[in-house]
Design a protein around this ligand. Structure first.
Ligand code: KG4
Length: 335
């Protein structure tokens, strides 16, 4: 079964053709990051407008690269939540038009389910059940993936997402948007151990986390140095910050596996590209005897193929939608 898939929840317009949820026939992305970098972060209205400009040509390209015509496509999958609402609406409206005009089933896909499904594209042997650590610019979740479409949130951030925190810390360190990757590169120039940063604790919810205190601590350190003329060891702060984020995520991931009885763990989302988090997850899983799946870097960030992968399993579960399907800025992954 060939699915034409769309993703437009933030600043990447993406279209892909995926066969049977596992084989990528094409995967094209138009990133707007350079535009948003001019403003230091995503400008929502600009994101919507750039999606409008890019999506039709990108669709042509995805079909061409997959050597497909509309007759070869069996269904249309699209991110319908969560994300910047205007941005999601562009992809959703376009996907609905395609499904309507071509008379194909329409499959709504939760964006974070898509991130998790990126693992199916990289690892043919991976099947649920497993535990997923989904860490991106807008979401930070520990998810029990009981099967392809039954998911339960075991833990989550109470405030900022891990990626948001990376982007903000990078900004005060003078790095360009999106800051996660540049901060990761800078961190590799230092062994760290210079700055003491706060740890979060949510009373009674050991798998929940918070990143706002950590974000504020980095902002305060940078501002304090600026005001007093002290030299900030930027590389050390980047390293200590990345380690602090990892220390929030990795022990809770292992604890979530212990509590849920899962022995397979899959990471997902843009922040899963972070080298400190990847190394810490590898070490922790080896020690605990868990099997770890870390998607290749190109499948960590937003892409259309991951929506096509999850779309296939949503379709098999009968989860298609009619033309009344709406977009949602926030939406529980378990729904
Ligand atoms: O998954 P993604 O592409 O978009 C969302 O669904 O949100 O994630 C984007 C986030 C951004 O915050 C970006 O700075 C972060 O992933 N990111 C990283 C790295 N590469 C991307 N964060 C830390 N280390 C990285 N190497």
């Amino acid at each position: 079964m060939k699915i034409l898939a769309f993703e437009s929840s933030c600043d990447e317009t993406a279209a892909a053709v995926v066969e049977d949820g596992r084989r990528v026939l094409s995967d094209v992305i138009a990133s707007q990051a350079d535009w948003h970098a001019l403003y230091g972060g995503v400008v929502p209205e600009m994101a919507s407008r750039k999606h409008v400009e890019a999506i039709a040509a990108l669709t042509e390209q995805a079909l061409q690269e997959a050597s497909c015509t509309r007759e070869d496509i069996d269904a249309v999958a699209v991110t319908y939540a969560p994300g910047l609402i205007g941005a999601v609406l562009v992809g959703l409206s376009f996907a609905k038009s395609v499904a309507f005009a071509w008379d194909k089933p329409l499959i709504p896909v939760h964006h974070v389910r898509g991130h998790i499904a990126a693992n199916y594209l990289a690892f043919p042997e991976l099947e649920p059940p497993f535990l997923a650590l989904a860490i991106s610019g807008g979401n930070t979740l520990l998810v029990d993936v009981a099967d392809y479409t039954h998911m339960t949130i075991l833990g989550a951030t109470r405030d900022d997402a891990a990626g948001e925190c990376f982007d903000k810390a990078a900004r005060v360190l003078g790095l360009p948007y999106p800051g996660g990757k540049p901060l990761d590169d800078l961190a590799q120039q230092s062994a760290g151990g210079v700055y003491t940063l706060p740890k979060s604790h949510v009373d009674g919810f050991e798998l929940d986390m918070s990143f706002s205190g950590l974000k504020t601590a980095v902002v305060n350190l940078a501002h304090h140095a600026e005001q007093t003329g002290e030299t900030l060891d930027r590389a050390a702060l980047a390293q200590d910050f990345a380690q602090a984020v990892s220390d929030e995520l990795v022990p809770r991931t292992i604890r979530a596996a212990e509590l849920s009885g899962r022995t397979v763990i899959a990471a997902a989302g843009g922040v899963a590209a972070n080298s400190v988090i990847r190394a810490d997850l590898e070490l922790a899983c080896r020690r605990a005897g868990y099997r770890l799946y870390l998607p290749p870097l190109r499948l960590c960030g937003d892409n259309g193929a991951m929506i096509g992968a999850q779309g296939y399993y949503e379709f098999l579960a009968g989860r298609t939608a009619g033309m009344e399907l709406n977009a949602y800025a926030t939406r529980d992954i378990s729904l």
